[in-house]
Write a protein that binds this ligand. Sequence first.
Ligand code: FAD
Ligand code: SIN
Length: 528
Amino acid sequence: MALETDFIVIGSGVAGLRASIALAESGGRVTVLTKDKASESNTEYAQGGVAVVLAEDDNPELHEEDTLVAGAGLCDPEAVETLVNDGTKYIKQLIVWGIEFDKEGDKLLMGQEAAHSRRRILHAHGDSTGAEFVRSLMARAAAEKRINLTPFANTESLIISEGRCVGVRFLDPVLRGPREIFAKAVIMCTGGAGQLYQHTTNPPVATGDGMAMAYFAGAEMADMEFVQFHPTALSLENAPRFLLTEAMRGEGGILRNKYGERFMPNYDERFELAPRDIVSRSIVAEMRRTGTREVYLDMTSKDEEFLKHRFPKIYETCKAFGLNIATDMLPVSPASHYCMGGIRTDLQGRSSVAGLYAAGEVTCTGVHGANRLASNSLLEGLVFGARAGEAAAGDRPKSQVPSPRSKDQSERSDSRSAVISTAVKKRVKRVMWERVGILRDRDSLVRAIREFEQISASNLGTSSRNFVTLALLVSKAALWREESRGGHYRTDFPDQAEDWRVHSVQRIGESISSASRIDPDSASAART
Ligand code: FAD
Ligand code: SIN
């Protein structure tokens, strides 16, 4: 039997939880479907903190300016202004709701991260900011009787009827079978797709499902070529790429090559605090120059007690791998970390498909441009989660929402298709890393696309099809953009070009077009 609710939220990271709270406050019944246990998300693992204007020596214009510079000419200024101004409002609200940021006495502690002109990063339990976001938002959501959260409910596709998103197909964890649920609106909050790459800081849930589902439902996808690689993931044989937060460099960490030499001064005048894309490429260049697979993060100038207190999770995790962060050189290399591109939305989270809203890392709102400023994404999830929830609750559909009986039932879920096949996953991740990674060129992108098209042509389950489709979206956009900008670097087009100061837009059945703004209501144009 089909289920019905008022609103469906997919995902329980910062964006999904904040959207659910906004929807529940509007009086609607909210069903949250999430793939794993409720806390499993990129949000849970966020370390460095959240950027927000609260310090006396800071102001919104400075935060906006830093965000625009990092975004390399592709941020939407209105989106950035919204992020920064609403950010302060929603963080203050979160403090009232009970989030515990680190303090000294009564004063909030502010950390420093790359490309921020002020110390403006609030953090919690040293390096466990994301877990504190999840704890506090989950507590708030649990107090809302209208929110019903179902863990281990993998969503596979959206139900579209008469051009409108009216529900989703998911695997019911209790019935252990496919099920459909219908609502007035669906808010996609499934996060990013770091798992597309062999080396990533992201947990296994970050396979970008929501982007692919939206694409197949007809939504426009923007800026898929822009992928952020974090420079300092712990690089040990057979160990996951555990993140060593940028805040460690903010506290004075130095990058050294295998000879113990500090190399960042040879690449950028901002040294270790240059933007992430520059530090990642510098590390790749230095690894090639010295013939190694890693460089080293050196925190030894810092006192052990300070490090233990400031970075407790990293201290303990490294210890478990036999490394003392106060005395050892820490082997690091870049890993995929964040998707700047995603479902194209307006500033209220509306996608180009009626009834489908989106918030958080799954979207492209225009706040990050070609490269996200560190610690701006927890803020984005909070601000745009709330805004999308408010819009979905407030919008009145232009036409009658069809009843469940009249739905197009053409696509069916299949419990066997819920997981991405291991062979497909392994092959896609390897090809993405080798050919669509930190350095790209025409030949490698063409070969990658050929290989993904081959995989696509085989008989795939829904989740595998979603995964390889996403790889194609990133690769095709990367081939299309014949310049280098932010998180997209083409060795055959190494310069940034003014006439490429446009967004890529992809829609099923159409070739890539360009748009001067992200808002789906603004025009897209074919680019020849
Ligand atoms: P997520 O938090 O990833 O949540 C997505 C949710 O969707 C999850 O609950 C997932 O299970 C669910 N989901 C996915 N697919 C499906 C499906 N098919 N069906 C149902 N549910 C599904 N940003 C900062 O601003 N500051 C930081 O310090 C910081 N540190 C980071 C450290 C690490 C290690 C990582 C990986 C990221 C970090 N980031 C940081 C980035 C930031 O954490 C994320 O961009 C942000 O948390 C994304 O929030 P979200 O709600 O959009 O998605
Ligand atoms: C980090 O702590 O280095 C990650 C911060 C971010 O991704 O914004």
